[in-house]
Write a new protein. Structure first.
Lengths: 393, 103
């Protein structure tokens, strides 16, 4: 029997960590992810899990310690947000290129500045090319479920890459919502024991990790790493299918909400998608064919699959909860825009920046976007397609 | 059991990306012996065995194990791996090692 509870996103992910009981967690506190090491420390202090917690002096150290622990053969995780992730930058690439299946619970918060602590995707989007798998949650339930699935994806022999499970800071991490948890033994059996093929503490095999490789070998290593990311797509789907059989909850690379016959589609990531669904329900009652494509997996990027799902739309708003200061729109806009072009989609496209630094995104904001989509579907995009929603101007 | 194709002795610059280990991990010890890193050297230490008293002080100071020892005596440098750092020149109490310009 599933367990009905009320939890915040941070509580939910901490609960998943407790059920998985990983071997090592080096972490350094930063708002809004601080509760994660705090809850895990409580579990350890109460004797509920035997994870080795390493209090480190910085995030550069937490990721470095995670790399060491994972290379040694331990199932490893850490948690961070915003500038903490930025401080890990250098070693994020090392974790990925050394092919270490570390899990990182990322609570999305904007990068400074101006200095602020609220939700934005600029932290994880900045790390989008670091070689980590990235999965995003809309709410606490998905944050929990994604974390339960994380190690199965990362540790798969065709993948062996680190994974970032992301949720929106405060909106998801701190707001308490209803949630359905899985029983401890179900999670334990689903995630399984970690038995790496090669690891530093193996007394029967010597091993060296991260060797120097210049122009004569480096490119081959990167090509193989790129293949692992491509392989991750199928593994994510396979793990999701198995998860569905256990939990009844269905996941894919992205979610389609009333998208099948939609003329106008919004594409977004994270908690704002719940608000978009509300707007869509209201508009559908008025006969407007509105739909949503919620991106769950950003790395590997399911460009072709998303373009195909959007094939019949007349106008699409691609929404970025971060700036990339490219003077051309945010990262989701750029990548999905390219995928739509490759797939020869004919829709008009708006590239919208919204919700920066925790700015609320309301149902009315979405209704206005669908109005704009109906307009550009008929009249074309007259002004620049790159625009802000919810900014004072 | 390590597959033959992953043994460093079987890896050279003709090997395809599909046939390298993930992350170029190495599952053997001593594989650096296979690589002629001595070619990085700019200047070269030369030992004068007339002056050498076989005190062996140079051996532990060598950062690259490039001074082989056999039967309690040092042999000539392993120039395939000596990078010419010159530390041995500085530590030799008998001025038996000098630096020669070039490889």
């Amino acid at each position: 029997m599933a367990i009905k509870e009320r939890m915040s996103g941070n509580e939910a992910v901490a609960y998943a960590i407790k059920q998985i009981n990983p071997d090592v967690m080096p972490a350094f506190p930063i708002t809004p992810s601080t509760e994660l090491p705090q809850f895990v420390s409580n579990y350890i202090a109460n004797g509920e899990i035997d994870t080795e917690f390493i209090p480190v002096e910085s995030e550069h150290s937490s990721m470095s310690a995670a790399i060491g622990a994972s290379a040694a053969g331990a199932r490893t995780l850490t948690a961070t947000s915003s500038c903490g992730l930025a401080y890990m930058w250098e070693v994020l690439y090392v974790a990925a290129s050394d092919r270490l299946p570390i899990a990182l619970a990322l609570v999305n918060r904007g990068l400074t500045g101006p200095l602020n602590i609220n939700c934005e995707h600029s932290d994880s989007m900045g790390a989008r090319d670091s070689g980590w798998i990235q999965i995003y949650a809309e709410n606490n339930q998905e944050a929990y479920d994604n974390f339960v699935m994380a190690y199965r994806i990362a540790e798969h022999k065709d993948v062996m890459l680190p994974i970032m499970a992301c949720m929106d800071g405060f909106i998801t991490s701190h707001a308490v919502e209803n949630i359905t948890l899985l029983e401890d033994d179900l999670v334990k059996n689903f995630v399984g024991e970690y038995h790496p093929e090669h690891y530093l503490l193996n007394k029967d095999e010597v091993m060296a990790l991260g060797p120097y490789a210049v122009s004569n070998y480096c490119m081959e290593a990167k090509r193989a790493q790129a293949q692992a990311m491509m392989n991750a797509k199928q593994v994510i789907l396979d793990v999701a299918k198995e998860f569905e059989e256990m939990s009844g909850r269905k996941y894919g690379l992205f979610e389609e909400y009333r998208l099948e016959d939609a003329d106008y589609a919004v594409v977004a990531i994270g908690s704002a998608c719940g608000t978009a669904k509300d707007a869509i329900d209201r508009l559908r009652e008025k006969g407007v064919k509105a739909g949503l494509l919620k991106v769950r997996v950003f790395r590997p990027f399911p460009g072709k699959e998303m373009a195909e799902a959007l094939a019949n739309c007349k106008a699409i708003a691609i929404m970025d909860r971060c700036e990339s200061y490219s003077a051309n729109g945010g990262p989701l806009s750029a990548e999905l825009g390219a995928a739509l072009f490759k797939n020869k989609n004919q829709a008009e496209v708006l590239n919208i920046v919204y919700g920066l630094s925790g700015r609320d995104m309301t149902v009315e904001d979405f209704e206005k976007i669908y109005e704009d989509l109906a307009d550009v579907a008929v009249n074309g995009v007259k002004e620049d397609s790159y625009r802000y929603v919810g900014v004072r101007e | 059991m390590l597959e033959d194709k992953f043994k460093t002795e079987n890896i050279d610059e003709t090997v395809r990306w599909q046939d390298l280990t993930p992350g170029l991990q190495i599952y053997e010890s001593g594989s650096s012996r296979l690589f002629n890193t001595g070619e990085w050297r700019v200047n070269t230490p030369v030992v004068d065995f007339e002056k050498c008293k076989q005190c062996l002080l140079c051996v532990p100071y060598c950062p690259d194990s490039s001074i082989p020892v056999k039967d309690g005596k040092r042999l000539d440098f392993d120039y395939d791996h000596c990078k010419g750092c010159g530390i041995c020149v500085g530590v030799c109490p008998f001025h038996a090692i000098t630096m020669k310009e070039g490889k």
